[in-house]
Design a protein around this ligand. Structure first.
Ligand code: ADP
Ligand code: MG
Length: 139
């Protein structure tokens, strides 16, 4: 089933000049960018996006990281896009990520882990609407 998911190339990966490599990985995996935006998060943009994590001990540090430089926000479309992107990303902690994954290649640690990807249809819907309010969930 074709669906859409939200991906973010985080500030650490943008600083490392890994934007091109990461987008090539999406495209090679059949995840087609259907919306793309480079932007600098404000603190409130980061806090609102990660509101689900606001009780976590790492919340403040995560939001500080996400405003530390520009990011690239994308909507990716393809068959099973949500699950496929999670597989492509690898585990949250790059040290535990499978070889060949984006986080294995570009992540530094459990916080500076190069990319974000929606984890369910519900979060994809919220996250896509957060940055691209005019888009539908399924193209
Ligand atoms: P994922 O991005 O794999 O879905 P989570 O939703 O659990 O992971 O966490 C959101 C983000 O918060 C992670 O991608 C990472 O940047 C950061 N993070 C997660 N766990 C930790 C932690 N224990 N310490 C610091 N940062 C963390
Ligand atoms: Mg998550």
């Amino acid at each position: 089933m074709s669906e859409r998911t939200l991906a973010i190339i985080k500030p650490d990966a943008v600083k490392k000049q890994a934007i091109g490599d990461i987008i090539a990985r999406y495209e090679k995996a059949g995840l087609k960018p259907v919306a793309l935006r480079m932007m600098q998060f404000s603190k409130s943009t980061a806090q609102g996006f990660y509101a689900v994590h606001k009780a976590r001990p790492f919340f403040d540090s995560l939001c500080t990281f996400m405003v530390s430089g520009p990011v690239v926000v994308l909507v990716l479309q393809g068959d099973n896009a949500i699950k496929k992107n999670r597989e492509l990303m690898g585990a949250t902690d790059p040290a535990k990520a499978e070889p060949g994954t984006i986080r294995k290649a570009h992540g530094t640690n459990i916080e500076f882990n190069a990319v974000h990807g929606s984890d369910s249809p519900e979060t994809a819907k919220f996250e896509i609407a957060y940055f691209f309010p005019e888009m539908d969930l399924v193209g």
